[in-house]
Design a protein around this ligand. Structure first.
Ligand code: ADP
Ligand code: MG
Length: 240
C-alpha cells in the first residue's frame, strides 16, 4: 500500500531522512517510535508530500506521488493525517469540519457529505456533538472529530503523528480505542506514538528510528522483549 525506497531528505545541512526503505502492506498497523528529533514527523509528512523529498521514491497503492498540482491534491487525499494538535477549524461546527474536504476537494454533494459525516461522527462516538464548535468539546472529543474528518476523505492509509501527546491523561484511551477499532476494521495505519501499550497490543510491526534512519524493525513482542540495538535498548530503558 505504501512503499518508500531509498528516501532521503535534508533540511539544510541536516540529513533528516537517510536511505529510508519501508514497505507497508494493506491492513498493516505500523508503529513508529524513537527519540525526539529522529525524523518521525518528517517521515509522516513526506508520505503525503507535505514535505518534498530530495531523492528516492514513494508510492501509494502502486502510484508515485506527483510533485504538485491537482494530481497531488487528489493523491494526497489517499493519505489521511491526524496531528498532535487537532487543527480543526474553530469557526466551523464539528459537522462542517468533517464535511468540508468531501465537498471542496472530492466534489461530493452536500447531502452525501453530510450523511457520511454523521455516520463517521457516530462511529468515533461524537455523533451528538455535530452542531457544536470545536472549543466546546474536550481534547479527546476534538481529536476524534479530527479522525472522522480524515476518514471522510476515504483515505487508503491513515497517518497519526503523536495523536495523544497533547491530551490530558484521562482522554488518551478514548482516542486510542478509536484507533484500535479502525485497525480492527482493516485500515492501513502508520502511528507515531509514545504509547507503548498501544504499540504492544495494536501494532503488527514496530519501527524504531534514530538520527534519520530506521535502526530496528520487528514485531512488538520481539522489539519490546528483545531489542537488538543499543539505541533501542537505551531508548526503551528511558521510557518504560
Ligand atoms: P521527530 O518527529 O522524530 O521528533 P522531526 O521529523 O520533527 O523529528 O525532526 C527531525 C529533525 O529535523 C529535527 O532535528 C528537527 O529539528 C528538524 N526539522 C524538522 N522540521 C524542520 C524544518 N521545517 N526545517 C528545519 N529543520 C527541521
Ligand atoms: Mg514529531
Amino acid at each position: 500500500m505504501v512503499v518508500l525506497s531509498k528516501v532521503n531528505k535534508h533540511f539544510g545541512a541536516l540529513h533528516v531522512l537517510q536511505d529510508i526503505d519501508l514497505t507497508i502492506t494493506q491492513g498493516e498497523v505500523v508503529v513508529v517510535i524513537g527519540p525526539s528529533g529522529s525524523g518521525k514527523s518528517t517521515l509522516c509528512r513526506t508520505i503525503n508530500r507535505l514535505e518534498p523529498i530530495d531523492s528516492g521514491s514513494i508510492t501509494i497503492d502502486g502510484r508515485a506521488l506527483p510533485q504538485e498540482g491537482r494530481a497531488l491534491a487528489r493523491l494526497r487525499s489517499d493519505v489521511g493525517m491526524v496531528f498532535q494538535s487537532f487543527n480543526l477549524f474553530a469557526h466551523k461546527t464539528v459537522l462542517q469540519n468533517v464535511m468540508l474536504g468531501p465537498v471542496k476537494v472530492r466534489r461530493e454533494t452536500r447531502q452525501a457529505a453530510e450523511l457520511r459525516a454523521r455516520q463517521l461522527l457516530d462511529r468515533v462516538g461524537v455523533g451528538n456533538q455535530a452542531d457544536k464548535y470545536p472549543a466546546q468539546l474536550s481534547g479527546g472529543q476534538q481529536q476524534r472529530v479530527a479522525i472522522a474528518r480524515a476518514l471522510a476523505m476515504q483515505p487508503k492509509v491513515m497517518l497519526f503523528d503523536e495523536p495523544t501527546s497533547a491530551l490530558d491523561p484521562e482522554m488518551v484511551n478514548e482516542v486510542l480505542e478509536t484507533m484500535r477499532s479502525l485497525a480492527a476494521d482493516g485500515m492501513t495505519m502508520v502511528v507515531v506514538t509514545h504509547e507503548m501499550g498501544f504499540a504492544r497490543s495494536a501494532a503488527n510491526r514496530v519501527i524504531f528510528m534514530a538520527d534519520g534512519r530506521i535502526v530496528e524493525e520487528n514485531t512488538p513482542d520481539e522489539f519490546f522483549g528483545n531489542p537488538r540495538s543499543d539505541r533501542a535498548r537505551d531508548f526503551l530503558s528511558k521510557i518504560l
